[in-house]
Design a binder for this molecule. Sequence first.
Ligand code: ZN
Length: 230
Amino acid sequence: MSADPARILGTNGSNGTNGSHGKLSAVELPTRHRSQPTGLDAAPDGPLLEAAARGLLLGVGEDPTRDGLLNTPSRVRKSMEALTAGYRQDPRDIVGDALFDVDYDELVLVRDIEFYSLCEHHLLPFFGKAHVGYISRGRVVGLSKLPRLIDVFARRLQVQERLTKQVAECVQDLLDPTGVGVVIEASHLCMMMRGVEKQQSVTRTSTLLGSIRDDRDMRAEFLALTHSRA
Ligand code: ZN
């Protein structure tokens, strides 16, 4: 997925004081989207990120002044800013006006949405596929928006379980469907490269809401579709 030039606040050095972001600060997100440090108002601290990267180099016994490493702190800063850009994005801005009233009350499922995130325990990537489905109550979202919604939450420090839940709750809030299902299958570099070194293991998490959770047939259909390898 290409890097999205979605609103990244504070790159001009402003410190996110209330009211300085016009439209964004006016958007009221449901409280549950604020359950982790939101960053909606917090600009990334460039100097701190670069100092931290330099500290890492020194910590592993490297020489930050040698040729190959001279620009590493600034590269790490830019990379971390991009990988955590979701803190400064609002799902409602991403969806914009791509909400449509359609006479349709069946399952909408987008499968195999590629995503990349960072595990908050080790700051190492985890990545894989997400499947997002909902039962419309007459309102649908432009299909291309679902991958971008996932990125809003994936580009933060995460655990897979919370990522799954946040995407599901976000779809619920935006579309008010009768049911939502989100399944995420991911490989975690912190497991693959270190620790237990289980290179083949894939972690599967799911959050089911409303009719997809409560209606047995619906639930079975959704889970079967996210499992099939067709
Ligand atoms: Zn980890």
